[in-house]
Design a protein around this ligand. Sequence first.
Ligand code: FES
Length: 107
Amino acid sequence: MKHKVTFLPSGRTIEVDDTCYPLADHGRPGSILDIALATGIDLDHNCGGSCACTTCHVIVRQGEQNLSPMEEDEEDRLDIAPGLTLHSRLGCQCVVQGDVVVEIPEE
Ligand code: FES
């Protein structure tokens, strides 16, 4: 199935085909990080996508229900993310299963 992922603030929309996951080589296959890296979107990933930092933090603006549910590891890690919001996720952990809009916070 095809899904659309829009990255803010650039507003760039990427269409991905979930039968082609993984698209790159970091983070969960089909995660926001995987998609960002495959399409040249600048999303930090200091730990290499293994849920051990918070640099891949994104804020979900639309389609939260279209991301894989949050697991405990991600929840614990997110707790220390600067600028944490109720709609925050770690880009390397949330897998795209439908259309989403995510914002990459400045810091
Ligand atoms: S890249 Fe480190 S937690 Fe996602």
